[in-house]
Design a protein around this ligand. Sequence first.
Ligand code: AMP
Length: 389
Amino acid sequence: MYSINELALREKRVFIRVDYNVPMKDGIITDDTRIRLSLPTILHALKNKSRIILASHLGRPSGSRKKEFSLEPVAARLAELLDQEIYFFEDCVGMGVQQLIRDMKPGQILMLENLRFYAEEIENTNSFARDLAKLADIYINDAFAVSHRKNASVYALPRLMETKAMGLLMKNEIEKLSKLFKLTHGDKFFAIIGGAKVSDKIGIIRSLLDSVDALFIGGAMAYTFLEAQGHHMGKSLVERDKLDLARDILKGAKARNVEILLPVDHITAPSIDSFETEIHSTDEFPENGIAFDIGPETLQLYQRKMAEAEFVLWNGPMGVFEKEQFATGSFELAKTVSELSAYTVAGGGDSASLMEKAGVAEKFSHISTGGGASLEFLQLKTLLGLEVL
Ligand code: AMP
């Protein structure tokens, strides 16, 4: 697999699949991180005098043209960031865009309209991929966060292209995440797994059991594990149909000598919007209680154990961190992890936004830009979009 800096780009038409799926409100971009993260690859292509064609999806327009999903505001923001004119075309395939590209000069940048205005993008249709292939000499995938999806611009298109490579964001993700692949039991590799559902994380937990030394469980999924052990978690979110699965994982961990840490106390409240919080231990959990965060004793226990770590993978919050009354467990543990001298990676789901909110993102060794993609990559050690490169 090549990366963009190994290819001759001069005067070539370089199609870069980026991930500009930025959050927007009333036509205004509320967070331009994804645009900024694409700059190294674009600057490299600019320096090498290529003709740059940028393609992305935005939101879920479900195969039809909807103004609120137009990439035009993204093109405007990119123009500001690069201090350079960005051409925008209101389609991503067809004669019009082909003509425009023919007239482009080296060093110019064109942004195409939302790929998902065509249902064929999600459907991974060959004819749509062929139309995209007509636009370029070289294909670059810099959209790590969608590279687990069998979409035309990620899968069918690169299969049609002879010259293809990963972009610099993609390369960085692969290098940083792959460091965890080589680890085995005894490397002091600890994983923190939280979030809403056990069912979403089964795959990653199972694959981690072969390499981690300890698994710190938090978030709502901890309650399914605790119930599986015979505790009663009141009205907390328990996936009753996953109890056997949780027991299975606990058994698998024991067989491999993987230590499982589960919360010993909890922050509870009558409802998710309530500020009337209480602390309850796992052993004496109230019948009507609902847990929304790990308690102070659990936090201390997790923090103390964490001091031994040499490698940490964080996936998913310890509680409902979006609400300040249930954010302490996640924020404080995040601070502890960020201050370790260990190799620390956060990836999957909401982990990036959690670290931003906790104010510790810069202190992690790597924060992945991909939610589902990073989980799938850590689990399968490859992605569909990489296979075709
Ligand atoms: P995930 O996408 O699976 O990483 O889940 C993240 C979501 O899990 C966040 O939005 C949290 O609010 C939610 N979550 C974490 N802990 C709890 C809990 N104790 N009860 C309900 N939701 C939770």
